[in-house]
Ligand binder design. Structure first.
Ligand code: 2AL
Length: 244
């Protein structure tokens, strides 16, 4: 099976790191095709970034319509463009935040999220409400670590994430930690060892959920709002993305 792994930011080192994390948990017959938008921010850390990231995800899923794709994973914790991607392909589309929330809920009665900049806490909170996980999530904790600091991450950065996770477990009385950035995927094993609780990386969780849905022969509903977009020309740089 072929999983299209879309990194919604345009950092090539991050796309490579995320692809490696995805490939390391993929089943023997699964190939990971890692892509990133042709435009947009190097990292996604605010609402303005997210608008471009969502368009970049829509672009990549639309361009992949001509290729054999069995499932799509959106590898940014804001799940940008998730609904648009589900309109643009019938293959199942999994966002890493949604995947991580489900996985954490299977493993604990309450989980905490540890994320990057403090200003992104509200994005995670919005998603928890949107997906209905506000009662399972006991707290979202920012670390003020910029996303690009996670590339070739130093021990000092890992230690800051570990400290935030320890505070979260204590303050929130939670049983599991969700990593609030795709760039944290390579740190998951280290943090699991150090913290002694389930630590969920949404990239790995999304790949395994995607494989499960494909194995079950399940695809996104084509009924109602997830039906393909109505035929329409697009203009300007988005012209190739219109629907016939
Ligand atoms: C992210 C992420 O996963 N990728 C990115 O560029 N920003 N998330 C975050 N909370 O900062």
């Amino acid at each position: 099976m072929n999983i299209l792994l879309v990194n919604p930011n345009t950092s090539m080192p991050m796309t490579r790191a995320i692809a490696q994390a995805a490939q390391s948990v993929a089943a023997p017959g699964t190939t990971i095709e890692a892509v990133q938008p042709s435009f947009g921010p190097l990292s996604i850390e605010c609402h303005f970034d997210e608008v471009f990231a969502a368009a970049g995800v829509a672009e990549q899923v639309r361009l992949a319509n001509s290729r054999a794709v069995d499932a799509v994973v959106i590898a940014c914790f804001g799940d940008p463009g998730l609904d648009a991607a589900r309109e643009a392909t019938a293959a199942p589309v999994i966002g890493i935040a949604e995947a991580a929330f489900y996985a954490a809920s299977f493993l604990s009665t309450g989980f905490s999220v540890v994320t990057t900049l403090n200003r992104t806490v509200v994005t995670a909170e919005h998603l928890l409400h949107r997906y209905g996980f506000e009662r399972r999530c006991k707290g979202v904790h920012g670390t003020d670590i910029p996303v690009l600091d996670l590339e070739g991450c130093s021990e000092a950065t890992v230690a800051r994430i570990e400290a935030a996770a320890r505070t979260a477990l204590e303050q929130d009385r939670s049983g599991a930690i969700v990593l609030g950035c795709a760039g944290m995927a390579p740190l998951c094993a280290t943090l699991s060892d150090r913290l002694g609780v389930p630590v969920i990386d949404g990239v790995s969780a999304a790949v395994k959920f995607a494989e499960s849905l494909v194995s079950l022969g399940l695809r996104t509903s084509q009924r109602g709002d997830y039906a393909p977009p109505p035929p329409k020309a697009f203009t300007g740089w988005a012209a190739p993305l219109g629907w016939k």
